[in-house]
Design a protein around this ligand. Structure first.
Ligand SMILES: [Zn+2]
Length: 133
């Protein structure tokens, strides 16, 4: 598989993702390929540079290494950003703008080549209100 949008597998299927050191593994149930593929320009995401896709909470499960995931929260502390405490790779986060959804790191998904994805949308996270310290 190269471009995840030109995927000939069944419409509903499960894909597996891992962090770099593979201590963390997660599964995502896809209904019609990857949805809402985007980068975000908020101060956190712009530093990570990850290409993300979105799913509702019940469609993403951490299947290994939940104990090595580290939770990072900032500003309003609504969003939950998870990363592997061993290799440092961002795996997924619970969204602030849509708390019933996870965003996840598309590059963690087995077989996905993010350089083969055409146009990538942009989430305007930088426009979300921030709380003064
Ligand atoms: Zn890791």
């Amino acid at each position: 598989m190269s471009d995840p949008r030109k995927d000939d597998r069944p419409a509903t299927h499960t894909v597996t993702g891992t962090c770099h050191c593979k201590a963390v593994e997660f599964e995502v149930d896809l209904i019609d390929g990857f949805e809402n593929i985007r980068r975000c320009n908020c101060s956190l995401c712009s530093r990570k540079g990850a290409v993300m896709a979105g799913v509702t909470l019940e469609r993403l499960r951490v299947t290994r290494g939940a104990d090595v995931l580290t939770l990072y929260q900032w500003n309003t502390k609504i969003a939950k950003h998870w990363f592997c405490s061993v290799c440092g790779i961002y795996t997924h986060h619970q969204r602030r703008s849509a708390p019933d959804e996870y965003g996840f790191n598309l590059a963690c998904i087995e077989g996905v080549d993010i350089t083969a994805i055409g146009e990538i949308g942009r989430s305007n996270g930088a426009a979300q209100s921030l709380v003064e310290a």
